[in-house]
Design a protein around this ligand. Structure first.
Ligand code: AMP
Ligand code: ZN
Length: 471
């Protein structure tokens, strides 16, 4: 098939033509969430843009297989091999077991994804399912002389590689700075950049989940899971590996080191990294405690897809600053766009030539290193173009296979398609809530709001009284 998609590749630091290993097929891997807390909307920026990438491949005619792990063990509170396991920290915080925490936040993650129209990858694999595979990979690395046992842990020996810092021309010292802040040096390591493949001894030895291994009872390092899970499902060659920019070092650097040492050949050809969403105070972080989630946006009455549009309006390789002002503007544009599309009628025949012309323009924008804001501009061009409504509608249905903004699902301001009985019920609930508030029974008022939200009805307290809309 025609390979004319251009993508920036972090490995070469250039925009390159994307050519998969097997014609017409894309093997894609995504680093999944660490499920110790809700995903913040920064994490979800990465997953939205990766979703657009996957859907663009499919739209361009590729057959895609996408795999994602769930990090339910091994991700420590520092990216260096020290600190407490993030999962254990989460479990302690909520007085639950690690597996309870993992289940709860995995479900919460996929519920957020659903709200943002992020497709579930073809394969989703929790790390705790694959301990056997991790152990096998570590055994091979030991046999091949790329790993060593010290102080009862197993380490990867980075000095055995010609080029460990594949992604960066920065010096070793520079790279280690952010990672090593206030971290004690692990004296078992032969080289500073070596990393743990398997722990049996760590400063934080109260790990809840441990497994038998040839090196004693312990648990895997974080990096090994992505190498191993991707190979389990995608084989020895991968086309594109995704993640946020913070994953470049050390996580992806270490994934490449151990995977290529294990395989004895090049592993993944294209590395796709999404830049961070920041708030005014800087990088968004789950460990900061109070962070922005999809639920918080909903509580503030934003439709989750307004946030998806916010992300699509900027390029994935640029940092993006979150603000409510921009979200308000975005909400306006989103509502207007849906309203305009809802007025189009489906009665006539589609003009095939025009349909193909605009579909081509749309795909060209995406094939140009995923220029999503240009793809949205093309939506506005279609609205203005001299074309029959039916052609326009067909185009929006088609574009939505990638944009996933529910463009043809009706006018949101009209409250969507709600029948009279339901409307009467909502108005009754609004009255009940008003009465509860008057009696200062705020728990009941909140309960009513939450029960309506479960029915996808959002209440908005305005100066003119309570308004509602269907999301
Ligand atoms: P984690 O749950 O911490 O393992 O992160 C899940 C994904 O979110 C990874 O791909 C990270 O690189 C990405 N990520 C973390 N912080 C941000 C941010 N502020 N903006 C965009 N992506 C992020
Ligand atoms: Zn990963």
């Amino acid at each position: 098939m025609e390979n004319n998609m251009k993508l920036f590749n972090t490995l070469t630091k250039k925009v390159e033509t994307f050519i998969p290993n097997e014609d017409g097929k894309v093997n894609m891997y995504t680093c999944g969430p660490t499920v110790y807390h809700f995903a913040h909307i920064g994490n979800l920026r990465s997953y939205i843009m990766e979703d657009v990438l996957e859907k663009t491949f499919r739209y361009a005619g590729y057959d895609v297989k996408r795999v994602m792990n769930i990090t339910d063990v091994g991700h420590l509170s520092s990216d260096a091999d020290s600190g407490e396991d993030k999962m254990l920290k989460g479990a302690k915080r909520e007085h639950k077991t690690v597996m309870e925490i993992a289940k709860f936040y995995t479900d919460a993650f996929f519920s957020d994804c659903e709200k943002l129209n992020i497709k579930r990858p073809d394969v989703v694999e929790p790390a705790t399912n694959c301990i056997k595979e991790f152990i096998h990979m570590i055994e091979v690395l030991l046999e091949k002389g790329y790993a060593y046992v010290a102080g009862e842990n197993v380490y990867f020996d980075t000095s055995k590689l010609q080029d460990y810092y594949v992604f960066s021309s920065q010096s070793e010292k520079e790279l280690m700075v952010g990672v090593r802040d206030d971290v004690d040096e692990d004296t078992n390591k032969k080289n500073k950049s070596d990393f743990v493949l398997w722990f049996t001894k760590s400063k934080f030895d109260n790990q809840e989940l441990k497994w038998e291994s040839p090196w004693g009872v312990g648990y895997p390092g974080w990096h090994i899971e992505c190498s191993s899970i991707s190979m389990k499902h995608l084989g020895e060659y991968m086309d594109v590996h995704c993640g946020g920019v913070d994953n470049i070092f050390p996580h992806h650097t270490n994934e490449i080191a151990q995977s290529e040492a294990y395989l004895g050949h090049k592993w993944c050809n294209y590395w796709f990294h999404v830049h961070h969403l920041n708030d005014k105070s800087g990088k968004m972080s789950k460990s900061k405690g109070d962070f922005l989630t999809v639920s918080l946006l909903e509580e503030k009455n934003y439709h989750p897809l307004v946030y998806r549009m916010f992300c699509l309006q900027s390029h994935y390789r640029k940092p993006l600053e979150f603000s409510y002002e921009v979200m308000d503007n975005m909400e306006n544009s989103y509502l207007k766009l849906r309203k305009a599309i809802s007025k189009l009628t489906d009665a006539e025949e589609i003009e095939t030539e025009k349909f193909e012309e605009y579909k081509g323009k749309f795909l060209d924008a995406l094939k140009n290193d995923l220029n999503t804001s240009m793809a949205i501009t093309i939506c506005y061009e279609v609205l203005k173009a001299d074309m029959k409504d039916a052609t326009k509608l067909a185009l929006f249905r088609s574009f939505d296979e990638v944009l996933s903004l529910d463009l043809t699902m009706g006018d949101l301001e009209e409250g969507g398609a709600v029948d009279q009985e339901l409307e009467a019920f909502i108005l009754q609930k609004i009255e009940e809530r008003k009465a509860a508030k008057k009696e200062k029974n705020f728990a009941k008022a909140d309960e009513i709001r939450a029960s309506l939200l479960e029915m996808e009805i959002v209440l908005e307290d305005t100066r003119e009284g309570v308004k509602w809309k269907k999301i």
